[in-house]
Ligand binder design. Structure first.
Ligand code: NAD
Length: 471
């Protein structure tokens, strides 16, 4: 909760502000804002010699496109308001990046660290059973994915449970995404959200006039970055920004605290260090500067909160020194902190744009599942042979030899990972430029978040209008 307003209310406040820059009828805005279906479940799970009653949710926010889609979160913070807010963000996110799904989200109110693997499996399978019983899951109904506290392992349990009930359903493998690659997943899904964060920041920083306004030079290369949360999204954002964007990671925070090194932290080595020591504190060359929130206040160009919501509040916002904040986590900035950051000239890339890489590649996984073949399988060899022919012809015409390395690059047919990353990159670039054009075309729109909501609202409204539901 942020101040006196809830997470869901704060999402709706942003939507209402954005709506005032459109001519969408009020009744339609009310329908878009509403959460269509809320399922709250309580079920018992055996823990040791006793039973524990587990509280869980699945919310389908919008059915303007089907199936609905959204991750499942395992965290003690889970409650109805949080899941509703996250489901709503999924609706706007899918619309923004042209992924043809309605928004949904699930959550189980547990700290996964308190349970054994066997207990987590029992909880996940029982939750899935409840979803099947209520018709809340299926490749054409509602398709979960990983979120905070869940990953490919949980998605494999969900698939297996679903298939036990729906034996023989030809598209059953499309009932959940973010599965292990060996269990009908797709290459590139695990790192997709972090990779999308990188592509989004890189595209934003390509525009010199926008960077000058926030006191930065153009281009991501050589910029400094601080990342909060070294989980799926944070670690991949940091790794890919370092490797492919030559970004210097100067600060990292995890549950156990924050570390700093102005000369840069090798993220790959840090992940290995945390794996063997169970902490980031003490990593060679870094200084322990305080608790999990301390890193947020470090001097840096780009700040990436990638843990949970409500991390930047009215209390710490005045001390944030970054010039650009990429909301890799959902809702990391509270509603009352946002205007403080804006007033300090900080640019914010909103969550429902910058972390859309996960759902984008989940969409590719779902397409792969429904088509029952691996992307690139049919055309890979054909393109390779065709490109060999082009290179041979160029060599014959020019009398010059193409070097082996260049030939290998030029004649490559696209593999699954090439195609996934290319589709993801294109999606993030296209969506950013739509937001930017909307922002530029309406000088009164106050910030990038509002511009992004305007883009999403227009697309959702046009779906309702084309369905004939609203004039
Ligand atoms: P995760 O469970 O893999 O990682 C979260 C990490 O944050 C963990 O390492 C945890 O220890 C750390 N953490 C927890 N509290 C912290 C604190 N106070 N300070 C610093 N670190 C802390 O989760 P994830 O999938 O990476 O999700 C992170 C955020 O990104 C969530 O808001 C989620 O909704 C959002 N998101 C995830 C995806 C996805 O594909 N996984 C997609 C879109 C958005």
């Amino acid at each position: 909760m942020s101040g006196h307003i809830s997470f869901f209310e704060s999402v709706n406040n942003y939507v209402e502000t954005a709506a005032s820059y459109t001519d969408i009828p009020k009744g339609l805005i009310e329908q878009i804002k509403a959460c269509n279906l809320v399922l709250r479940i309580k079920f018992p799970v055996r823990v040791g010699e006793d039973y524990e009653v587990i509280e869980a949710y699945r919310v389908q926010h919008s059915h303007h496109r089907l199936p609905t889609k959204g991750g499942i979160r395992y965290a003690e913070s889970v409650d109805q308001d949080e899941v509703m807010a996250l489901a709503a963000l999924m609706t706007y996110k899918c619309a923004l990046v042209d992924v043809p799904f309605g928004g949904a989200k699930g959550g189980i109110r547990i700290n996964p660290g308190n349970y054994t693997v066997g207990q987590l499996e029992a909880i996940t399978r029982r939750y899935t059973t409840e979803l099947v019983k209520k018709n809340f899951i299926g490749p054409g109904i509602d398709v979960p994915a990983p979120d905070y506290g869940t990953g490919p392992r949980e998605m494999a349990w969900i698939l297996d449970t679903y298939q036990a009930f729906r034996h023989g359903e030809i598209d059953s493998i499309g009932c959940v995404t973010g599965k292990p690659v060996t269990q009908n997943g797709i290459r590139g899904r695990a790192e997709a959200t972090g990779r999308g964060v990188f592509y989004g920041i890189r595209e934003c920083m390509r525009h010199e006039e926008d960077m000058v306004k926030i006191g930065l030079t153009k281009g991501i290369e050589g910029k400094t970055m601080v990342v909060q949360g070294l989980g799926n999204v944070g670690s991949n954002t940091a790794l890919i920004s370092q490797r492919e964007g030559q970004v210097k990671i100067v600060g990292i925070s995890e549950r156990e605290g924050s570390i700093h090194n102005p000369n840069g932290i090798d993220v790959e080595q840090l992940l290995a260090y945390r794996k063997s020591n169970g902490t980031i504190i003490g990593f060679p060359g870094t200084t322990h500067i305080g608790g999990p929130l301390a890193a947020l206040e470090l001097e840096c160009d780009i700040l990436v909160p990638a843990a949970l919501e409500n991390q930047i509040t009215a209390e710490n916002a005045p001390r944030i020194k970054a010039r650009l904040i990429a909301e890799a986590a959902n809702g990391p900035i509270t509603a009352d902190a946002d205007p403080i950051l804006q007033a300090n000239g900080i640019m914010i890339l909103p969550d429902f744009y910058i972390n859309a890489g996960g759902v984008t590649v989940s969409y590719f996984e779902w397409l792969k599942n429904l088509s029952h073949h691996r992307f690139g399988r049919l055309e890979n060899r054909f393109h390779h042979d065709q490109f060999q022919g082009f290179v041979n012809t160029i060599e014959d015409m020019t009398g010059k030899k193409v070097q082996d390395r260049e030939r290998a690059f030029l004649t490559r047919g696209g593999s699954e990972i090439d195609l996934v990353n290319s589709g993801l990159e294109d999606t993030m670039i296209t969506a950013y430029n739509q937001i930017r054009e909307t922002f530029k075309a309406h000088p009164t729109i106050p910030d990038v978040r509002t511009a992004a909501f305007v883009c999403a609202l227009k697309k959702i409204a046009s779906d309702y209008v084309s369905m004939g539901i609203f004039p």
